[in-house]
Design a binder for this molecule. Structure first.
Ligand SMILES: Cc1cc2nc3c(=O)[nH]c(=O)nc-3n(C[C@H](O)[C@H](O)[C@H](O)COP(=O)(O)OP(=O)(O)OC[C@H]3O[C@@H](n4cnc5c(N)ncnc54)[C@H](O)[C@@H]3O)c2cc1C
Length: 161
């Protein structure tokens, strides 16, 4: 049976240096978007089919619909109702590539991003990494409470009940 092709360009086409994130060669400007939340995905939608190479990086391979996290925490919804794989979302967007990687450092002098999967260069960089929970300086609350920012947090709360 013929294997279904999920990428328009073979992954190995430009894998020359092992500590670089592998991407197809292009003469187009490269826009790297870090974070596939509402902000990052909205930009992907604007840039799809435009004359740029878009690279979406996220430390998870799925988008999370945060407004419904509480529904998962309270068992009203299952996790797969509120998380969506990025690769499914961008399927058919020939100029958009997703790479699963956590950004660790940005070197603006050389337009380089360092991740846990290797480095990547950019022409334009968009940071859409969201926020962290603010405990307003209350250390005891930070230590003794459960956050609810992502699906893991929701499942932790669910398992506590
Ligand atoms: C429980 C809850 C309920 C909410 N309800 C509502 C509501 O009813 N209405 C409303 O308007 N808003 C609501 N919000 C707020 C709304 O969800 C956020 O404002 C919105 O999700 C922010 O989008 P974002 O793209 O900026 O960030 P996020 O959605 O947080 O996305 C950030 C992305 O960046 C990725 N990322 C972070 N750091 C790195 C890194 N170093 N390397 C790679 N990737 C990284 C993350 O994995 C994530 O995918 C709610 C939020 C929460 C937590």
């Amino acid at each position: 049976m013929k294997e279904k092709q999920t990428h328009s360009i073979p992954l190995e086409s430009t894998c020359k240096i092992t500590d670089e994130i592998c991407l197809p060669d292009t003469k187009l400007p490269r826009v790297v978007i870090v974070g596939g939340g509402f902000a990052g995905l909205a930009l992907v939608e604007k840039l799809k089919h435009k004359e740029v190479q878009v690279v979406l990086l996220d430390k998870n391979n799925f988008h999370q619909f945060q407004p419904l996290l509480y529904q998962v925490a309270t068992s009203a919804l299952e996790p797969d109702s509120i998380v969506f794989p990025f690769r499914k979302q961008i399927n058919g967007y020939k100029n958009v590539f997703f790479r699963l990687a956590e950004v660790e450092e940005i070197q603006p002098d050389s337009n380089t991003i360092l991740t846990n999967k290797g480095s990547i260069s950019y022409d334009y960089l968009v940071l859409a990494t969201g926020t962290t929970t603010n405990f307003f300086g209350m250390d005891s609350v930070a230590e003794n409470s459960l956050g609810m920012k992502d699906i893991r947090d929701s499942l932790n709360i669910r398992h506590m009940m």
